[in-house]
Write a protein that binds this ligand. Structure first.
Ligand code: AMP
Length: 285
């Protein structure tokens, strides 16, 4: 595996691979790799001839009071995992290599970026779409892999790619969970044992709403009430949002019959976790 920090060198290497006729898969990450990240790398390895990945903790997507400074970093551990997953080119630039001085140019997917996490984290999705645009220009992948764990991010990136004519296919991989149902996240490392236990409430709340759907409930408001009831029983978790939206536009829906995304964010102490479930289109009961 080659580790590259310079954007121009990364572009040259990626172009050389594609020029030799190889299909290039790309997995952007912020490191602190877990099985969720590995599932994207494995999908890329299965479906492409060669895999590139990036490891970059992007300051632009963190708010001023967020966890940029203490975000978990383990370059050596990550390097070994990228290599074991078959990554051929690892792009690991420093901040100064990605942002040479203050930026004046940003990519924003209007209105969608103010929904779900975008409402609680102003500027977050603008930071994501800007860095992903830069990475796409540097790597020029045939296919890029993202996780359903960040459902709003995936929807926003799909929209950006469509509207800006990026010549890349977007693949969204399923959420990987721990055995107790908690979605894997680099931020789970912040949790103490009590908070880790309490974190199960996100998954439980979603499962309770899904159960209500399977029993015939279609009204979003009633499903949100079911999920909220689960949070009411967990004093260690503080709900940030719990919403039912269209999976493509992120606009709120009143009825889930046509398919919907049920998304949740909650604080365990100062750690903010997210999770979601897709409710497929329902046949009439
Ligand atoms: P991050 O390093 O948090 O920016 O995540 C990099 C990629 O891994 C994103 O596309 C995430 O959606 C994806 N990802 C993170 N956690 C999971 C998970 N538990 N299951 C599937 N994909 C995940």
């Amino acid at each position: 595996m080659q580790i590259i920090t310079n954007p121009d060198e990364m572009r040259d290497q990626c172009r050389a691979l594609r020029a030799s006729g190889q299909r290039l898969g790309f997995v952007p990450t912020m490191g602190a790799l877990h099985e969720g990240h590995l599932s994207l790398l494995h999908a890329a390895a299965r479906e492409c001839d060669v895999v590139a990945a990036s490891l970059f903790v992007n300051p632009l997507q963190f708010g001023p009071s967020e966890d940029l400074a203490r975000y978990p970093r383990d370059f050596e551990g990550d390097r070994a995992k990228f290599e074991a997953a078959g990554v051929k080119l690892l792009f690991a630039p420093g901040v100064e290599q990605m942002y040479a001085g203050p930026s004046l140019t940003f990519v924003t997917v209007e209105s969608m970026s103010d929904r779900l996490c975008g409402r609680s984290r102003p500027g977050h999705f603008r930071g994501v779409t800007t860095v992903v645009s830069k990475l796409f220009h540097i790597v020029e992948p045939d296919v890029a892999y993202f996780g359903q764990k960040d459902a709003a991010q995936a929807a926003i990136i799909r929209r950006m790619v469509r509207e800006l004519n990026f010549p890349v296919a977007i693949v969204v991989c399923p959420i990987v969970r721990a055995s107790d149902g908690v979605a894997l996240s680099s931020r789970n490392a912040y949790l103490n044992p009590e908070q880790r236990q309490a974190a199960q409430v996100l998954h439980r709340a979603l499962a309770r709403a899904e159960q209500a759907v399977s029993q015939g409930e279609r009204r979003a408001q009633a499903l949100v009430a079911e999920a909220r009831a689960e949070f009411a029983r967990e004093p260690h978790a503080r709900l940030d949002y719990l919403e039912i939206v269209d999976p493509d536009t992120l606009e709120p829906v009143d009825d889930v019959s046509g398919g919907a995304l049920l998304a949740v964010a909650a604080f365990l102490g100062t750690t903010r976790l997210i999770d979601n479930v897709v409710i497929p289109p329902q046949r009439n009961p």
